[in-house]
Design a protein around this ligand. Structure first.
Ligand code: LLP
Length: 419
C-alpha cells in the first residue's frame, strides 16, 4: 500500500500531481511520500507488538536522505549505519547516539573513535579481530563499547546472490561453529560490553523459512552461550524483508514476519533488535522521468528516458524489476524496451515489456524506487546527481538538490606540471 495514485487522470504523490514537481524541479527526480513512510514504519512496529522488548534501527543505507531519516526519527526509530557518514546523517536527523547500531565488515579505527565520541549504542562486530581492536581503542580512552557479535548462520536466504549475506562463503559475521569461543574471549576484554548476537542473512527476502531457520540457529547458540555462563541480553535479527516489485509478487508481509519472529523468540528473554530498510522505504518512492524519444528496435521500440542506470542502478546491478507507468496514462498499451541514455547496454530498465503507451515529452515513473535508489546514484557519463523531493499531503519540498556536473568539475583540477 502506498500513496501514489491517479487523480483526475494524473499520477499524484499524496495530493501533489507529479507533473507539478517535474515542471518545477525537472527530471529525473525521486519523489517520496511521507504518509507512506509513516505507514510502513507504524505497520512494521505494530507487527512486532507481541514481542515484549524491541529496538527498531532503520537501515540508513536503504534511503539516507536527511528528511526521510527525520520522518523515521519522529516515528521513534533509531538507525542501523555502516559508515561514519551514515552515523553523522542519523545524528543530524535527531536520532540519539544510543539508538544507533554500527554494522559493517570494515569499520576503521577512525570510525570507531568517531562512534565512541558520539556515544553510539551498539557495534555489531563482524570478526574477533574487530572486537579486539574496538576493545583496545575504547579501553585506551577509558570507555566501554557496547557490542554484539554478528554470526554467519550458513543459511541461504534464497534471494539474489549479490544481496545474500548469510552463507558460509559470504564475508559477513563469524563462522557459526567458531562463535562460542570468540564470544567467550571477547566477553573477557576490558573495554567491551558484549551483550548479544546479531544476524542478517540477506535482503529482498521473499520466503520466511530461511529466516526462521537462521533465528532458530541463533536461539540455540544463545542458549549455549548462557549455558557457559555468558551474558546475552540483546539479539539483533537484522533486516531483509522483501517488498513486491510486481503486482503479482506474493511475499510475506510484516504481519507474517512479526508472527514468525514472535514465535521464534518467545523464550529468549532479550531485547529483540531489527534493522528494516526496504520494507519501510521501498514503495515510499518513485523515480520520475521524461521520455526523450522513441526509436525503432529490432523487435520492440526503445523508449529512451532521461533517467539512467546512474540514477537507478538496481536493474543493471541485480536485474531488478521496477514497474514503469505513465504519469498521465492514455489507457493505451505498447510493447517496448525502456532504456536510459548511458552508453552501455546494461542501462536497460525493461525489455519487451507491456507498458503504458508513451511518446517523447511524456512523464513516467519507475515505481518502488524509494529503497536503494537515490542512495546508489552516481555521476557516470558526467550526468547530474539526481535530486529528491518529499511530499506531505499537499506540501512538497526539494530535500536533496540536483548536483550539477559543473559542481563536480569544480572539485577537479589539472596539476601545473601537466602544462
Ligand atoms: N542490516 C544489515 C546488516 C544489512 O546489510 C542490510 C542491507 C539491512 C540491515 C537492510 O536490509 P533491507 O531490510 O533493506 O533488506 N542494494 C541492494 C540491497 C543491499 C542490502 C544491503 N544490506 C538492492 O538494491 O537490492
Amino acid at each position: 500500500m502506498d500513496h501514489f495514485h491517479l487523480k483526475d487522470g494524473v499520477l499524484h504523490a499524496e495530493d501533489v500531481p507529479l507533473t507539478a514537481i517535474a515542471d518545477a524541479v525537472g527530471t529525473p527526480v525521486y519523489v517520496y511520500s511521507r504518509a507512506t513512510l509513516q505507514r510502513h514504519a507504524r505497520v512494521f512496529r505494530e507487527a512486532l507488538s507481541a514481542i515484549p522488548r524491541i529496538h527498531l534501527a532503520f537501515a540508513v543505507k536503504s534511503n539516507p536522505n536527511l528528511a526521510v531519516l527525520r520522518v523515521l526519527q519522529r516515528e521513534g526509530y533509531g538507525a542501523d549505519v555502516v559508515s561514519a557518514g551514515e552515523m553523522h546523517r542519523a545524528l543530524a536527523a535527531g536520532m540519539a547516539g544510543e539508538d544507533i547500531v554500527f554494522s559493517g565488515v570494515g569499520k576503521t579505527a577512525r570510525e570507531m573513535i568517531e562512534a565512541l565520541d558520539a556515544g553510539l549504542g551498539q557495534f555489531n562486530l563482524e570478526s574477533e579481530e574487530e572486537g579486539v581492536e574496538l576493545a583496545a581503542i575504547a579501553a585506551s580512552r577509558g570507555q566501554v563499547a557496547t557490542a554484539t557479535l554478528r554470526v554467519n548462520p550458513d543459511v541461504d536466504a534464497r534471494t539474489h546472490a549479490k544481496i545474500s549475506t548469510g552463507k558460509a562463503e559470504n564475508k559477513f559475521g563469524v563462522a557459526y561453529d567458531a562463535a562460542p569461543g570468540i564470544y567467550a574471549r571477547l566477553s573477557a576484554l576490558e573495554g567491551l560490553n558484549l551483550r548479544g548476537l546479531a544476524v542478517h542473512i540477506g535482503s529482498q527476502i521473499g520466503d520466511l523459512e530461511p529466516s526462521r531457520l537462521a533465528f532458530a540457529k541463533m536461539g540455540k547458540l544463545m542458549q549455549e552461550l548462557r549455558g557457559q555462563g555468558l551474558t546475552v541480553t540483546h539479539m539483533d535479527l537484522g533486516g531483509g524483508l522483501g517488498v513486491p516489485y510486481k503486482a503479482e509478487d506474493a511475499l510475506p508481509g510484516p504481519g507474517e514476519y512479526g508472527a514468525m519472529v514472535a514465535e521464534a523468540t518467545k523464550d529468549w528473554d532479550v531485547t529483540v533488535m531489527f534493522e528494516p530498510g526496504r520494507i519501510i522505504t521501498g514503495n515510499s518512492g518513485v523515480l520520475v522521468t521524461q521520455v526523450i524519444r522513441v526509436k525503432p528496435g529490432a523487435i520492440n521500440p526503445f523508449v529512451v528516458v532521461d533517467a539512467a542506470m546512474n540514477d537507478l542502478a538496481r536493474p543493471a546491478m541485480y536485474d531488478a524489476w521496477h514497474d514503469f507507468a505513465a504519469v498521465v496514462p492514455t489507457g493505451q498499451r505498447m510493447a517496448a524496451n525502456v532504456v536510459g541514455p548511458i552508453c552501455e547496454s546494461s542501462d536497460t530498465f525493461a525489455m519487451g515489456r507491456d507498458i503504458d503507451t508513451v511518446k517523447p515529452g511524456d512523464l513516467a515513473v519507475f515505481r518502488t524506487a524509494g529503497a536503494y535508489g537515490a542512495t546508489m546514484a552516481n555521476t557516470y557519463n558526467s550526468r547530474p546527481l539526481v535530486p529528491e523531493v518529499l511530499v506531505d499531503g499537499d506540501k512538497w519540498a526539494v530535500v536533496a538538490d540536483r548536483i550539477e556536473p559543473a559542481t563536480i568539475l569544480a572539485a577537479e583540477r589539472v596539476p601545473d606540471w601537466l602544462g
